[in-house]
Write a protein that binds this ligand. Sequence first.
Ligand SMILES: N[C@@H](CCC(=O)N[C@@H](CS)C(=O)NCC(=O)O)C(=O)O
Length: 211
Amino acid sequence: MLTLYSYWRSTTSYRVRVALNLKGLPYRTVPVDLVAGAQRAPDYVAQNPIKGVPTLLLEDGRALTQSLAIMAYLDDIAPDPALLPEDAFQRAQVLAAAQVIATDIHPINNLKVVSRLKTQHGLTADEGTEWMRHWIAEGLQAYQALLPTGPAFSFADVPLLCDLCLVPQLYNAHRWGVDMTPFARLLDIEQQALRLPAFDAARPENQPDAN
Ligand SMILES: N[C@@H](CCC(=O)N[C@@H](CS)C(=O)NCC(=O)O)C(=O)O
């Protein structure tokens, strides 16, 4: 069976949990307590040198890191349902939206970045929260601006790779108190997604390490 090293509140782990569930791939979860610093333990770093979750351990013992790469791998080994459209232009649109979240929003709000701003650069807790709210809101504005009107999810009536990035990011936006008033289209997508068992089972509060 596949093994997912995951943290309940991690948005990158949440993406992969949804992908595994959508594709019906059974897996066991090994919690990595990010708040306790377990991602920096030497045994863990040997598998995931960037010191983050998720890591996906395959049945033969090989490990994969980076949530987008893991999702691409899962799409290759279990193509149904597809996470990317066949059409080259639509595929690029979905990847662009996914990257707004995965490469523009997430890295600058990661635990280690905001912690360092506080410990090394004098940011207060409130300023740290303001930092995250600002960059999440700016990123969500960009994401929403990329979307057509009409489909139930971002680009289609089924969830695609970018929706698997969006829903966890929205969880995070709620967590940090981002004003969601401008994001009605995104909240509709979230509502649709969380009705699906694959998303519901992947929610942070449904994870074994939730507290
Ligand atoms: N680009 C990586 C990021 C992995 C990552 O940093 N995940 C966060 C949780 S969402 C983490 O483990 N952070 C640990 C830390 O900041 O110390 C991916 O998409 O997998």
